[in-house]
Design a binder for this molecule. Structure first.
Ligand code: PEP
Ligand code: MG
Length: 884
């Protein structure tokens, strides 16, 4: 089919799965089904390369494309015996986009292309059904008008509704051939008015325009939003599939449907889907009419069902993956229109991956690779507490599991704006469309009044891991008034709602939720991930309870125990404040002596909970004035209450001291090891408490493995001075106890200078831990506390930064410093232990980077552990590919 040497067009029978990048997912799937001998209506695919070439040549077809399309049409004509543009047995085609990975609903399908008044007459003659062909033409004009010419589809819907009113009919099937003719004429008027052009009659022109529209839709706002959200490249382009039309709306022996080879909600291995008899194309997916469950097709058309089931099994085995299938039945004959990997809920993704391993179809590595870290994350999301009493105000289809509460928003824009202000939002729509994507992604849950399990809302919610209830038909939504009514109850914009996507229940107000869980399938998958990953997964935990939780989630150590929290709890703050107010070292030591047993208990609890595993304890880090926050109010309160002179004097001293300690840039001020240098007795007390706790545990037969971490070092001299003093303390405590314990001294890498001199530092430090929260602040020179709420998100929105560097590690800057430090550290001390304990330690992309520079562990919140475990396995598998 190549005319100038470059092949832009491939017949379905000439393609295969290996050409997915060129043919897109739909094209490759149609090719595979065709070559497997399944009944696929003949068609061809215009390549993604053609789409890119179209953009490169200023939105015109590259040389050779038009002639290859013409040749491909002749090929279809000879396969079908139909003729494109002829009134005698006319060939009609559908035109669909199809990128490399499926983007549900991103680009719409134009159906019945090739119709005009002459070919329509031919269709009438062929089918003997004038109403059918006039309806077909109406659908084409409507689809072409909205998708290709960009006219708001609501204008067309309004015409249909108005006409129904005029002729006093309520349902589309009641409309006659004449009705459709009138409606179509009005559509054409709208098109002429809105676009300034006459509706094109020439089928070749129609096709060229539709192909261009498919190409352009790659750069439409909704497609770009989707790719941005999923971090997909913008330079793939989309393929375009042109395929012979088959008609699901030729009566009750015809129909159309979609089905998954396994249940996309929970992964149950049963055929799951829906169909509509006497319906065409997108009727099922659009969710406008409520379809029948696929299992009932077994009774309606047993042989078709059997044939379809056999194809479903064959395709799933062929792809060793759950498939999402589209089919049409034309007058009793089954046609397969599409096969692709099915979108699924996180729970289903995990169940299916584990089942496919158990069925011997895929390896454990493939299973781990197929489950995304975000899906594991979604599993850990809340659900409704089983003991809570609930009274649902409505019930719909449980389309995507999980539960959430939030305030009702009726438009995607409102939802997005409110979410930006930190509100939890429930997006309530009659149905959703790709234009709503940004609002859906920003919401906690989705609720629609129309549509089925394969409607846009359901698919997108599952993919985002958001709870969704769809097809809640009792809701009467009035978007413009900002209300919905259900059984006499009115709910307005801003009211609080709880949506349970696992049961389909909708409740007014908040309902108690409990956190997500690690199901047996997830545990199984995580165990496989554990066998694959090299990186250890540790957790940040400050209390024994958190440490136990971390252990139960599979923590292999504590990567960061922040001790400042221990200084604030309960009755400790007054002692800490006394210590800060002390004028002499002796006075300070007195307060510290009171803190010592309390701290020892803290460490005892954590070290015990983490017995046999390493626990990195960071010595006090924040500036001291943080412990005097709010003392002005305290003084004002006492003054207002005429408190006694002694209390007033103490409060006054605190205020004076707080003022003395005030710093213009506290994050760059007297904190971290600088504090340990100026007030060595604080760190001494902490080290004494750690060693004493470990000694006590040892005496009880428990192996404690403390690792003492000195924060915010920038110069080796700081570390050396602090560390040598503390080693003496540790030695003295052990000498006094007449026993020894195992422990390490190390430091954090939070300042560029420390990273650049990590070789020197590692001669003293036995371990390094990247504090990437501070390291990101100090590398960018951006104050996290000030920037995130203000300019940083703008930066990301405007594309100045690809993402928030406090969430996703900046590899080129912060990462480069880490790489330098890790290499120098290992050269200086080959058994040095290196990890990360900043927020990035729980972010999949950052974990991948940590794998690539050979860190020993990543540490993040205990709740992130399942995510870290799977992400570390993904990183290892990726690295394995790279090393090969
Ligand atoms: C860090 O800076 O990355 C870190 C873990 O310390 P903190 O967040 O407590 O400053
Ligand atoms: Mg820090």
């Amino acid at each position: 089919m190549s005319s100038n040497g470059h092949q832009w067009v491939y017949a379905f029978r000439d393609g295969d799965e290996s050409m997915r990048n060129l043919l897109g997912g739909k094209g490759a799937g149609s090719a595979e089904m065709t070559t497997a001998g399944m009944p696929v209506p003949p068609g061809f695919t215009i390549t993604t390369e053609a789409c890119l070439a179209y953009f490169e040549s200023n939105e015109s077809f590259p040389e050779g494309l038009q002639s290859q399309i013409d040749a491909a049409l002749i090929d279809i004509e000879s396969q079908t015996g139909k003729n494109f543009g002829s009134s005698d047995n006319p060939l009609l085609v559908s035109v669909r986009s199809g990128a490399r990975v499926s983007m549900p609903g991103m680009m719409d399908t134009v159906l019945n292309l090739g119709l005009n008044t002459q070919t329509m007459a031919g269709l009438t003659e062929l089918t003997g059904d004038e109403r059918f062909s006039k309806d077909a033409y109406r659908r084409f004009v409507q689809g072409f008008g909205s998708i290709v010419l960009g006219i708001d589809s609501r204008a067309f819907e309004a015409v249909i509704e108005a006409h129904k009113e005029t002729v006093q009919k309520t349902e589309d099937p009641e409309l006659t051939a004449e009705d459709w003719e009138t409606v179509t004429a009005q559509f054409k008027d709208i098109i002429r008015r809105e676009s300034g052009e006459v509706f094109p009659d020439d089928p070749r022109e129609q096709l060229a325009r539709a192909v261009q529209a498919v190409f352009k839709s790659w750069n439409g706002k909704r497609a770009i939003d989707y790719r941005n959200f999923h971090r997909l490249p913008h330079d793939w382009g989309t393929a375009c599939n042109v395929q012979t039309m088959v008609f699901g709306n030729m009566g009750e022996r015809s129909g159309t449907g979609v089905a998954f080879t396994r249940d996309p909600n929970d992964g149950n291995p049963v055929l799951y889907g829906e169909y509509l008899l006497n319906a065409q194309g997108e009727d099922v997916v659009a969710g406008v009419r409520t379809p029948q469950p696929i299992s009932t097709l077994q009774n309606a058309m047993p042989s078709v069902y059997k044939e379809f089931q056999a194809y479903a099994e064959k395709l799933e085995s062929h792809y060793t993956e759950m498939q999402d299938l589209e089919f049409t039945i034309e007058d009793g004959k089954l046609f397969m229109l599409q096969t692709r990997a099915g979108k699924r809920s996180p729970a289903a993704a995990i169940r299916i991956a584990v089942d496919l391993v158990n069925e011997g179809k895929i390896t454990k590595e493939t299973a781990v690779q197929r489950v995304e870290a975000t899906q594991v994350d979604a599993m850990l999301h809340p659900r409704i507490d089983g003991t809570a009493k609930i009274s649902p105000i409505a019930q719909g289809l449980n389309a995507s599991p999980g539960a959430a509460s939030g305030t009702v928003a009726f438009t995607a824009d409102t939802a997005a704006t409110r979410a930006e202000n930190g509100d939890a939002v429930i997006l309530v729509r009659p149905e959703t469309s790709p234009d709503d994507f940004h609002g859906m992604a920003a919401s906690q849950a989705i609720l629609t009044s129309r549509g089925g399990a394969t409607s846009h809302a359901a698919i997108v919610a599952r993919q985002l891991g958001l709870p969704a209830v769809v097809g809640c038909e009792n809701l009467l939504i009035d978007v413009s008034a900002g209300t919905f009514r259900v059984d006499g109850l009115e709910v307005s914009d801003g009211d609080v709602l709880t949506v349970d996507g696992s049961t389909g229940n909708v409740m007014l107000g908040e309902v108690p939720l409990i956190p997500g869980e690690v199901t047996p399938e997830l545990e199984q998958l995580l165990e496989w991930a554990d066998d694959i990953r090299r990186l250890e997964t540790w957790a940040n935990a400050d209390t024994p309870v958190e440490a136990e939780l971390a252990r139960s989630y599979g923590a292999q150590g504590i990567g960061l125990c922040r001790t400042e929290h221990m200084f604030r709890e309960g009755n400790r703050l007054p002692i800490v404040q006394d210590m800060i107010l002390a004028e002499t070292e002796e006075e300070r030591r007195k307060s510290l002596t009171r803190l010592l047993p309390i701290q020892r208990d803290d460490f005892y609890g954590i070290l015990k909970a983490m017995h046999d595993l390493p626990v990195v304890i960071r010595l006090l880090d924040p500036p001291l004035h943080e412990f005097l926050a709010g003392v002005e109010n305290e003084l004002a309160d006492l003054e207002a209450r005429d408190a006694n002179a002694e209390d007033l004097a103490l409060a006054q001293r605190k205020v004076t001291r707080a003022n003395e300690l005030h710093e213009a840039n506290p994050m760059l001020g007297l904190r971290g090891c600088r504090l340990g240098l100026i007030y060595p007795e604080i760190y001494e007390m902490q080290v004494r408490a750690i060693i004493e706790a470990a000694l006590q545990l040892k005496a009880e037969g428990v192996r404690a493995r403390p690792e003492i971490m000195i924060p915010l070092v920038s110069h080796i001299a700081e570390l050396k001075t602090v560390e040598s003093g503390l080693r003496e303390t540790a030695a003295a405590v052990q000498r006094d106890a007449g026993d020894e314990i195992e422990f390490k001294f190390g430091t954090m890498m939070e300042v560029p200078r420390a990273c650049l001199t990590a070789g020197e530092i590692s001669a003293t430090a036995e371990f390094l831990s990247f504090g990437t929260n501070d390291l990101t602040q100090t590398t960018f020179g951006i104050s996290r506390d000030d920037a995130e709420g203000r300019f940083l998100l703008r930066y990301v929105e405007d594309g100045i930064l690809p993402e928030n560097p406090f969430q996703v590690l900046d590899r080129a800057g912060v990462g480069a410093l880490m790489e330098i430090a890790a290499r120098a550290g290992r050269t200086a001390r080959n058994d040095i232990e290196i990890g990360i304990c900043g927020e990035h330690g729980g972010d999949p992309s950052s974990i991948e980077f940590c794998e690539s520079i050979g860190l020993d562990y990543v540490s993040a919140s205990p709740y992130r552990l399942p995510v870290s475990r799977i992400a570390a396995a993904h990183a290892r598998l990726e690295q394995g590919f790279r090393d090969r």
